[in-house]
Structures are given as structure tokens and as C-alpha cells.
Design a protein around this ligand. Structure first.
Ligand code: ZN
Length: 445
């Protein structure tokens, strides 16, 4: 396939904006890149896709999400509003996840995947919980991802909050799924080992996870220090702070993701850097749960690799960019905080490197020959000059998610001229509404 008449935004180490260019795609990879006229002459028989001057750029990547959270949209929590994050967990998330069936898991994933395609996100790293439908839940999500055509890394969150049998079932679900992924490394779907958070994991379960885990192939994906409660709990259980406790059980490392890290101290930050652990930042979620402001600029300064996730908010990643940009300025009362370049460092550079941990066969998040053909089309007409230097600010102040008109993942066109080619949005949304209504009924919401 030859994408012609495009303005390419390449990202990558040598960022370029290239007008009147074309991309030649074969299989799931970008093979060639050059002037439209030259590539049209070089590949005369290739099926052409005319970009009509639109921006063509790598698809966005989400470093931490929860597809199952889709069913929380519009759900009323009975009683007074929760007063803090531990109450939000107990009264919303831990009620919702217990109510989910495998059908609910499938449809909550599908609605998120549609949202992702429509808004230009082609790779997602998910963290799943459905304590009354654990076995096979990752296969169900994988089928939805397969159907949608996107790229995703999946895991099941192991926790002790529902008793030892369900903790064991969670461990088994991760191991079974990861094994199936290791034997199929060319797939768009990868697996890692999920853990909920230090505050719902006993030493015995963490030890079991460490013993079962094979660091040669995968890491862990866990929430850490999202709220002070995680630190108080860890100090009480172990006399150690959360990051130190996780390190003791081998949870940290260059394939592991720690989501949030809002309430960590300088030594914990160093430990994350020393172990090469990834941290993901989710400003919309942090604001919504009122858990505080993660010092992500400080983490980046000490060499921690910080990426940008959405924690189950919309899969429109430019909304997360905008939240990150504003959140730190507002919280610190300093307009110099969190520059557009820092947002792009997290959302583009670091997220691409993190995605490569799970999909190592080819570069990702960059338009170069040899890279995965994960590409979006953006119908943006800048009213001021746009350069590689001011590009992040054009995205922050000019780009809208509604400008995404097309999406390609692994060389397959998933959306063209805003039309989804493989998913029936109305039908999936209708089915999802019916299932969500029943799930809410089981919770009493
Ligand atoms: Zn999360």
C-alpha cells in the first residue's frame, strides 16, 4: 500500500515534518518513505491511499489503561460521594469489577478499542480485573483486540482482596496468557504479569508471584503509591516504603511498569531509576481521584523513564497531553512547569520505547523504513507556522481528537475517512448498554 500526498510527522530521534511525501507499506511494516512523485514512480502497482495533504503520523500509545472501566461511565454510586481514593476503590471499582462477566469484559474492551481507533491511539497497555470471571478473561480481551485490529499488552491484576483462591487464579491467568504469547511473538498482542497494588498484596502472594515469574521474558505491571494509603499500608506490613517493598519481591526492572508513583520519596525515585523501572503518569485520573500531583519532572530529572497513560479515561491521548500540560502548572502555580516538550517526551519518546519492550521486533511510534506501520491521519490546518520545534504546542493548542480521520495498525487500515471498517459502533454500543445496565443492577447502582 502506498500512502500518497501526505505531510509526514515522523517523530523518532530525528523529528521531521515532510510535505508532499509518501509512505510505502508492505505487510505490517513501513518499507519506504520519500517524495510522493518518486514513490509513485517506484511502486506503480501499489494500491494507493491518497492522504489529500493531511498529516500522517505514528499512532498514539497509551502506557496504562483499564478497558473494564468503560462500564463505570455514568454509573451512580449509592450513598454519599466517596471522600477519598480508598473509598473510591471500595465503593466504585471493587464493586464494578466483581459484577463483570466475561461478556461484560469483551464489550467493555470493544467500546474502548473503538474509542482508541477513532481518536488515534493504536497501542494500549491494559491492566484488567474481573474477580468473578478470571479464567480466560485475558483471552476474551485478546479476541476483542484481535477483532479491532489494534496492538495491546494485557495482564490480570493479582490481589488478595478477594481471598487466596482468587489470588491464585489471577497468577494462573497471567502465566497461562503469557505462555501463549511467548509462543506467538509475532502477534499484535503481548502479555505481562499484573499485580493490583502493594496495599492489597500480602508478602506470601508477592513471594508466589516472584517465584512464578520469569524475568527473561516479561515484567510486572502494578499501581504504586497512588495515594498515601499505599505507603501507610506498606510501612505497617513490612517496615518498608512501597517501592522498597516491591523491589524486595523482584517487582521492579526494565520490563516492569509502576503506575502513578504520586507519593514516593527521593530514595524511592532513585530506586526506580536504578532498576530501569517504567513509571506511567495519568493526570486526569490523579485529578479525578484527588490523590495529589506526581513529581514527574523530578522523576525524569533523576533518569526515571516516565510514560503517559489514561487509567481508563477516554482513549483520546491528546486529552491526556492537555491535562498533563495544565495539571502541573495549576498545581505548582508556575507556568514554566511541564513544558510541551516534556509532555511529548513522555507521550511520544518514552511511550514508544515502552511499547518496544512488549513488541521488540520493529521500531514503533516512528515513521522510518522498517518500523511497524501503526499510523494515523490528522486533518489539521495550522493557522500559524508549524515546525518540529513547536509541534508539541500545536498538538496541545491546535489538535483535536475529532481531526483524526484514519487509522492503520500493523499495516491494516482500520478507519478510513472517519469510517470504521471492521467494527459496528452502533451495534457494539447497544450491546454494551444492555450489559452495563445488568452489571449496574448486580451492584445496586
Ligand atoms: Zn490504573
Amino acid at each position: 500500500m502506498l500512502i500518497t500526498n501526505a505531510t509526514l510527522v515522523t517523530w523518532g530521534a530525528t523529528r521531521r515534518i515532510l510535505e508532499n511525501h509518501a509512505l510505502y507499506i508492505e505487510g505490517d511494516r513501513i518499507v519506504d518513505l520519500g517524495l510522493s512523485s518518486e514513490l509513485q514512480a517506484k511502486y506503480p502497482r501499489a494500491a494507493a491511499l491518497d492522504a489529500r495533504g493531511q498529516y500522517v503520523m505514528p499512532g498514539n500509545i497509551c502506557a496504562h489503561t483499564h478497558f473494564y472501566g468503560a462500564f463505570a461511565r455514568g454509573m451512580a454510586i449509592p450513598g454519599d460521594p466517596p471522600k477519598d481514593f480508598p473509598e473510591i476503590l471500595e465503593r466504585l471499582w471493587w464493586k464494578l469489577d466483581k459484577a463483570l462477566t466475561l461478556d461484560d469484559v469483551r464489550y467493555s474492551a470493544l467500546v474502548c478499542l473503538i474509542d482508541a481507533i477513532k481518536h488515534g491511539t493504536t497501542t494500549l497497555i491494559d491492566h484488567h480485573a474481573s474477580p468473578n470471571a478470571i479464567d480466560g478473561s485475558l483471552d476474551v480481551i485478546a479476541e476483542a483486540v484481535q477483532q479491532a485490529g489494534l496492538r495491546a499488552c494485557l495482564c490480570y491484576e493479582v490481589t488478595d482482596r478477594d481471598g487466596p483462591e482468587k489470588a491464585k487464579a489471577g497468577i494462573e491467568e497471567n502465566l497461562r496468557f503469557i505462555k501463549s504469547r511467548i509462543s506467538n511473538p509475532q502477534s499484535r498482542i503481548a502479555g505481562t504479569f499484573g499485580l493490583h497494588a502493594s496495599l492489597t498484596l500480602s508478602d506470601a502472594t508477592l513471594e508466589e508471584c516472584r517465584a512464578a515469574h520469569d524475568a527473561r521474558h516479561y515484567g510486572f505491571h502494578i499501581h504504586a503509591a497512588e495515594h498515601e494509603a499505599d505507603q501507610y499500608d506498606s510501612l505497617k506490613k513490612s517496615g518498608m516504603r512501597v517501592i522498597n517493598r516491591l523491589n524486595k519481591f523482584g517487582v521492579l526492572g526494565p520490563r516492569s511498569i509502576v503506575a502513578h508513583a504520586v507519593h514516593i520519596d527521593p530514595r524511592e525515585a532513585e530506586l526506580l531509576g536504578e532498576t530501569g523501572t517504567w513509571v506511567t503518569h495519568q493526570p486526569r485520573s490523579n485529578m479525578n481521584n484527588a490523590v495529589g500531583v506526581a513529581d514527574v519532572e523530578g522523576l525524569l530529572r533523576v533518569g526515571v523513564k516516565v510514560g503517559l497513560g489514561n487509567d481508563g479515561f477516554s482513549n483520546a491521548m491528546w486529552d491526556e497531553w492537555k491535562a498533563a500540560y495544565l495539571h502541573h502548572k495549576a498545581a505548582r502555580r508556575d507556568p514554566r512547569r511541564m513544558s510541551g516538550a516534556t509532555v511529548a517526551e513522555m507521550a511520544v519518546t518514552n511511550n514508544a520505547a515502552l511499547a518496544n519492550v512488549f513488541f521488540p521486533e520493529a521500531p514503533i511510534g516512528v515513521l522510518v523504513p522498517g518500523a511497524f506501520a501503526d499510523i494515523i491521519f490528522v486533518d489539521y490546518h495550522p493557522a500559524t507556522p508549524m515546525t518540529v520545534d513547536n509541534l508539541p504546542w500545536h498538538i496541545l493548542f491546535g489538535f483535536e481528537n475529532s481531526m483524526v480521520t484514519g487509522a492503520i495498525c500493523a499495516g491494516k487500515v482500520l478507519m478510513k475517512d472517519r469510517r470504521l471498517l471492521f467494527l459496528d459502533e452502533a451495534e457494539i454500543a447497544a450491546r454494551s448498554r444492555g450489559l452495563a445496565k445488568k452489571a449496574w443492577g448486580r451492584i445496586g447502582a
